[in-house]
Design a binder for this molecule. Structure first.
Ligand code: ADP
Ligand code: MG
Length: 670
């Protein structure tokens, strides 16, 4: 076969069955007749074949006979059967038995010479259609391909030692087994994708991903930085003086992990993950103190202007008397001058938005970069920031609780610290799930709370009403809410509101000029409004709960969250039950992930998570972990070991593409 043809054939080999039907058992005709309607595999001789024409159809009728009895058979639009059937031949038929006008008959069955059967008499693979090609055609295509191709010649990317370690078959055999499962295979294992052949492919996909991630990590980390940090009494004293409260145990642990990274000769690459309000900022601040006290510059990047300004105000308050801090956002009038000061090393801490990674921004000696709400940035943006210095230490933070399985898959190249504890003095959020029929009562209570000085979010799934989706919209029910609460200033926020207007509205809400914020999920961007103590969620069954959780309950006052549910689907109700039953954002994110899948949870901005053919990060978490460990073990030999050359060539293009853009030369040894 030519190279190109081979590639196409290989593509087809990766078109895997979605399930398998157990058609191994051949049923005697008499048994099928007494059992009645259903699908059967039957064997026997065919006689009395005749072609009939109706106005629109050509119908072939015949009689199937075995030792136990006979049965009428009907085929539509397969006229050739009338002439091609050999009355002396043994045939295997698989299809549904239905009661027609003349009693039970076998309807449109597959019909094959016994001994060559593809569709019946075995564990039959069922393929998803490709452009109108149905499962029977694909079954024939793949069978022909399997005859034509020696699957043992498919290059095996994985080292034999790993396959042995996990008891997995080589790639060629695995593919063959998936398309042509052996007689003795367990259909339950095949259908739950637990067969050794399935596990081989799942593991292979994970291993390639984890090698990519390990490779990136290696590049970023395993070159000692030309910088080290002092940890002496002076640094400790400043840290103590800066700290406005006692750290939680979780914060102490995270800070200890960060300090260990900074003490090591390699650049830090760490994700600080913690529920909203868990106090990530102060951990970052203390890490920055270490860098600044050592004479290096710090960077603090946030996804929106408002958030950058909030951080700037906070950092200025905590650190302003000791260091020169400046704000970098596109709106700043004297940006050019601030950039000069940064490049000259006069500004020690740069706080800002994407403006920090624009071409015009340069640092004199960037030591530590912090990225807040990391999930809002792509992997690339994080890397551009890293290139603003000589392998700066990097701390990325996320408030979106990311389940462990997803963190492993998407962030396998980072170390992870988790803040799993809230600072003391928080009042728990009272959560209620209420039927939409009680809406009037809910808004009456909200009006009373507003009269009491509270601020509130009212969240909608839709901007405008839709005939297709049964859910409430900001532009419809939202208008009623606004008129009902007319005595309190309100504003609307959603994805179609221009960015500047959005900033203006958030600012007004933070300042208390706006008391009710009607929004779609844009409130997901972590803005801190401790005075917002109420949240009403309309059509709550429609939301990703991780997006919403934690927006309230950020201040000392008791907060309330009311989820109004329309007639939720079973899935929706499941999620709402989780929501009402827990205040733990991590638990909620796990539930979200289970129900909605990872793409949704991370959003489209999350680069780096490939679409797997067959692997599933939740179902196959155990294999993901194995692959992560194996990848770290293989990596040192990846480019030099000839036994790993195939794997290296598969994994590296992606990583190489990055290296080309970000410097460094790499190639596979063989
Ligand atoms: P997030 O993790 O969502 O970024 P923040 O860092 O904004 O959380 O912290 C939320 C609030 O909790 C802030 O007002 C912060 O000052 C406060 N906080 C953080 N850590 C502590 C602590 N150990 N004790 C008391 N308050 C704390
Ligand atoms: Mg934060």
């Amino acid at each position: 076969m030519t190279e190109g043809g081979y590639a196409t054939a290989l593509d087809l080999l990766y078109h895997l069955p979605v399930r398998y039907e157990d058609r191994r058992e051949v049923t005697p005709i008499a048994v099928a007749i007494s059992a009645g309607e259903g699908a059967y595999t039957l064997a026997g001789r065919l006689s009395e074949l005749r072609l009939l024409r109706t106005r629109r159809l050509r119908v072939v009728r015949g009689l199937l006979t075995d030792a136990s009895g006979s049965l009428p058979v009907v085929w539509f639009n397969r006229p050739y059967l009338a002439t091609q059937i050999d009355p002396e031949g043994d045939y295997l038929l698989h299809g549904p038995l239905r009661s027609g006008k003349a009693g039970l008959e076998l309807l449109n069955p597959s019909c094959e010479r016994a001994g060559e059967a593809l569709h019946g008499g075995r564990l039959t693979p069922v393929y998803p259609a490709i452009r109108g090609l149905g499962a029977p055609v694909l079954r024939r295509l793949l069978a022909a391909l399997l005859l034509e191709m020696d699957l043992a010649t498919i290059p095996e990317p994985l080292p034999a030692a790993l396959l042995t370690r996990h008891g997995l078959p080589p790639l060629g055999l695995a593919l063959a087994a998936l398309h042509r499962p052996g007689e003795g295979e367990d259909p339950a294992l095949l259908n739950s994708r637990r067969s050794p052949a399935h596990l081989r492919l799942i593991y292979g996909e994970f291993l390639e991903l984890q090698l990519d991630l390990a490779f990136l990590r290696e590049r970023a980390v395993r070159v000692a930085r030309g910088r080290s940090y002092r940890f002496d009494d002076a640094v400790r004293r400043v840290a103590r003086e800066v700290l406005p409260f006692r750290l939680t145990a979780a914060q102490k642990r995270a800070l200890g992990e960060i300090a260990a990274d900074l003490k090591s000769p390699w650049p830090m690459l760490r994700l600080l993950q913690g529920d909203v309000g868990s106090g990530k900022t102060i951990v970052a601040v203390l890490a920055l103190v270490i860098a600044l006290e050592n004479g290096y510059q710090g960077a603090f990047m946030a996804p929106t202007e408002l958030l950058a300004e909030q951080h700037y105000a906070n950092l200025e308050r905590l650190l302003g008397s000791r260091y020169r801090i400046a704000l970098y956002s596109s709106g700043a009038p004297d940006l050019a001058r601030r950039r000069q000061a940064l490049a000259a090393g006069e500004v020690q801490l740069a706080v800002g938005t994407h403006a920090l990674i624009q071409d015009g921004t340069a640092f004199a000696r960037l030591g530590l970069a912090v990225v807040d709400e990391q999930h809002r940035f792509g992997v690339e943006q994080r890397q551009i920031l890293q290139r603003k210095g000589d392998r700066p230490d990097l701390l990325v933070m996320t408030a979106t609780p990311i389940p462990r399985s997803l963190a492993l898959a998407a962030y396998g190249d980072l170390e992870v610290s988790v803040l799993d504890e809230l600072p003391p003095g928080r009042t728990p959020i009272a959560t209620e799930v209420v039927s939409a029929r009680q809406r009037a009562e809910v808004y009456r209570r909200l009006r009373a709370a507003l009269a009491d000085g509270d601020r509130a979010y009212v969240v909608f799934p839709l901007i405008e009403g839709s005939d297709l989706v049964a859910a409430e919209a900001v532009s419809e029910l939202g208008e009623w809410v606004r008129s009902y609460l007319a005595e309190f200033p309100s504003a609307v926020l959603h994805g179609k509101v221009p960015a500047e207007e959005r900033e203006r509205v958030m600012r007004a809400f933070a300042a208390g000029e706006v008391r009710v914020l009607l929004a779609t999920t844009v409130i997901e961007v972590g803005i801190d409004v401790p005075e917002a103590t109420w949240m009403v969620i309309e059509s709550a069954e429609r939301f990703g709960l991780a997006q919403l959780h934690g927006r309230v309950g950020r201040g000392p006052k008791a907060s309330r969250c009311i989820a109004l549910a329309q007639r939720p689907s079973r899935e929706g109700r499941q999620r709402l039950e989780v929501f009402a039953g827990t205040c733990d954002g991590f638990r909620i994110a796990e539930a979200d992930l289970e129900i909605r899948g990872p793409g949704d949870l991370l959003g489209t901005r999350q680069a780096g998570l490939p679409a797997f053919r067959i692997a599933d990060i939740q179902r196959d978490l155990e294999w993901l972990e194995r692959a992560r460990d194996d990848a770290r073990e293989l990596l040192p030999r990846l480019m030099s070991d000839p036994g790993l050359a195939v794997l290296c060539r598969r994994v590296l293009p992606w990583a190489e593409d990055r290296s080309r853009r970000f410097g460094g030369g790499w190639g596979c040894g063989s």
